[in-house]
Design a protein around this ligand. Sequence first.
Ligand code: DP6
Length: 332
Amino acid sequence: MISAQTIVNQLIHQNAPYSPKTEGTAFAPVNIALIKYWGKRNNALNLPVTDSLSIGLRTLGTTTSIRLHQGQDIIYLNNERLPFDHPFAQRTSRYLDLFRRQPNDGFMVMTKNDVPTGAGLASSASGYAALVLALNDLFQWQLDKTQLSILARIGSGSACRSLWDGLVHWHAGQQDDGLDSYATPLVYQLPTLRIGLLTLSNKTKPVSSRIGMQQTVHGLSLYPAWKTMVDTHLTQITQAFEKQDINGIGKISEHNALAMHATMLSASPALCYFLPETLATLQTLWSAREAGLNCWATLDAGPNVKLLFEAETAHDVKKLFPDINIIQPFVS
Ligand code: DP6
């Protein structure tokens, strides 16, 4: 099995001149998957079973700055210094191990998320994308977006899509080394699309995506049907993008998200990220839709709900869900 270190060494040419700056900084947007990534063919490299497709939130994301220093890593999350044994600090340091020249090389990382961390609002995606961009700035690697997407994917799968605003396609690839598994931006613009974030819980999810995926993929579950469904959804959603059909996009996205949760529920033991508030929100939405509201939901590995709708519907959506945070992913 090819290790993450082998891939990193190949991409950043360890023999290239070493001229780090004092500090590297970067911002990366949160991305919301419309066609989800759920299931890996390789856990060490986060290689997915299927392609996936997302939309960047442009104004919401992670800002990270990074410096070199001697000794153990120092990690700040949202202005708070984390203890070394904090799960976020440990995971970040394990990833940074891939980029140390000497074992005693430490990093000081300051990272700020615009969305709650680990609550299924895709903070790990923007987090690892911002970290890779900040490292690229610090070490002046001058890597291209494909190479950066591969490095971000090694940190967290969905992070490979967070290097762009707008619509992004992550190609699953087929190679064992994953050098063909990276994201590319799509040309379609949807200026009237709005995304509404309903934060129902700020708590870190009890089961990480990584563990959740393993639980769903291995053993008896509906997972085999999921793969076929993703292929169909990818074809359908591309046609909807071409027609700028936001209701069509919403409908396919909602179906895809609920199908992903259905595969989780069909695992043994079952995996359920929904809270009672999640179901209540979906039921409110579905009733409103029956009464004529064109609005659709998508959910990731957490209880929070994201809504997709046309700008002209924003007023009615806000009336139904007053706490909603509405984002305009494309500049009009
Ligand atoms: C449900 O990218 O967080 O949000 O690769 O293990 O870090 P790891 O998983 P992660 O999984 C995201 C899963 C999802 C769907 C998606 O964003 O496509």
